[in-house]
Ligand binder design. Structure first.
Ligand code: PBG
Length: 308
C-alpha cells in the first residue's frame, strides 16, 4: 500500500557507478578512505563493468590514473593513455554499458590542478584547448558520454565544437555545471591521486554559500551545449538540486561524492548507523530533490538492496 502512493522512485537504472582505472595487470587496490572502492587495472575493470551491467545500473563513470604526470597533463589525450585503452577493452567486452569519462586534467598534471598553470594560477583559456583535445580523444576511443569536471569557463562550448568538427555530433556532454569547492572530495583525491600540490581549487570551483550562481552556471552550460547538467556534491546541496531542476527543467545529475560515501561507511563500520537504510534514504533524498541521475559509490550495493 505504501508503495502504491510513494511519490519518488529509486531504481538501479538511475544510478551510475564511478570507477578508477590504473596501469598494470590484476591490480585491485582498495582506497583506504573508501572501503569497498578499488583502483583496478583494465582486466579487472572489465570484470567490474560486467558486474555493474548485471546489477542493472545505468553505467559507469571512469577516472584514469596515468603512469606518468607532467606540467600540462599530456597523458590525458594520449592515444595509448589509460582511459583510451580502458575504453577499447570495455567497448569490446560490454558494449551496451554506458561509459562516461571524466574530462579534467587534475589526475594527469604533476601539480594536481585541473588546468594549465601560468604565473602561479590556473589559466582558464589555455586549459580549454587541452580539455577539448581530451574529450575528443575519449570520444574517438568509444566514450558514450564525456563529463567535464574541471569548471573552466567556456569549456562546454569548446568541447562541443571539437566533437562536432570531428563528426562526434552524437556524443553527449554531461557537464559538472555547479561544482562546489568542497571538503567532501577528500577521499576521492586519494583514490584518483589528484590532490593539488599548492593552493586549492577555489579559483575555479564554486563558493559553498552561493545558490544563484549555481543556477547561472547551469544556464550557461546549457546554452553552450550541455546535454546533462550536474550538481556536486549532492547531500549538502539538496536545495541546489531542487532549485536547478525547478528553474531549468533540464536533465540533471547529482554526484553523491566520496566524502558523503565515506561518512556513511565509517559510521556503519562503527555500528552507529544502519548502512542499508542510511544509503537508501540518502539516495532517495537526492532523487526527491530532483536529480534524474545519481552518481554514487554506493550504486552497486544499492542496486543489490533495491533488487532484493
Ligand atoms: C576532479 C574531480 C573531483 C571529483 C570528481 N572529479 C575532485 C576535485 O575537484 O578535487 C570528486 C569526486 C568525489 O569526491 O567523489 N576534477
Amino acid at each position: 500500500m505504501r508503495r502504491l502512493v510513494r511519490e519518488t522512485d529509486l531504481l538501479p537504472d538511475r544510478l551510475i557507478y564511478p570507477l578508477f582505472v590504473t596501469h598494470g595487470k590484476d591490480v585491485h587496490k582498495e582506497v583506504s578512505s573508501m572501503p569497498g572502492c578499488f583502483q583496478v587495472s583494465i582486466n579487472n575493470l572489465v570484470k567490474e563493468a560486467a558486474g555493474v551491467r548485471e546489477l542493472g545500473l545505468a553505467g559507469i563513470l571512469l577516472f584514469g590514473i596515468p603512469a606518468e604526470k607532467d606540467e600540462v597533463g599530456s597523458g590525458a589525450y594520449d592515444e595509448e593513455g589509460i582511459i583510451q585503452m580502458a575504453l577499447a577493452a570495455l567497448k569490446e567486452a560490454v558494449p551496451e554499458l554506458i561509459v562516461i569519462t571524466d574530462v579534467c586534467l587534475c589526475e594527469y598534471t604533476s601539480h594536481g590542478h585541473c588546468g594549465i598553470i601560468r604565473d602561479g594560477d590556473v589559466d582558464n583559456d589555455l586549459t580549454l584547448d587541452m580539455l577539448a583535445k581530451m574529450a575528443l580523444s575519449h570520444a574517438e576511443a568509444g566514450a558514450d558520454i564525456v563529463a567535464p569536471s574541471d569548471m573552466m569557463d567556456g569549456r562546454v562550448a569548446a568541447i562541443r565544437s571539437a566533437l562536432d568538427n570531428e563528426g562526434f555530433t552524437n556524443t553527449p556532454i554531461m557537464s559538472y555545471a555547479a561544482k562546489y569547492a568542497s571538503a567532501f572530495y577528500g577521499p576521492f583525491r586519494e583514490a584518483a591521486e589528484s590532490s593539488p600540490e599548492f593552493g586549492d581549487r577555489r579559483t575555479y570551483q564554486m563558493d559553498p554559500l552561493n545558490s544563484d550562481e549555481a543556477v547561472r552556471e547551469c544556464l550557461l552550460d546549457i546554452e553552450e551545449g550541455a546535454d546533462i547538467i550536474m550538481v556536486k556534491p549532492a547531500l549538502p546541496y539538496l536545495d541546489i538540486i531542487y532549485r536547478v531542476k525547478q528553474e531549468t527543467k533540464f536533465p540533471l545529475a547529482a554526484y553523491n561524492v566520496s566524502g558523503e560515501f565515506s561518512m556513511i561507511k565509517a559510521a556503519a563500520a562503527n555500528g552507529w548507523l544502519d548502512e542499508k537504510q542510511a544509503v537508501l534514504e540518502a539516495l532517495g533524498s537526492i532523487r526527491r530533490a530532483g536529480a534524474d541521475i545519481i552518481i554514487s559509490y554506493h550504486a552497486k550495493e544499492a542496486a543489490r538492496w533495491l533488487g532484493g
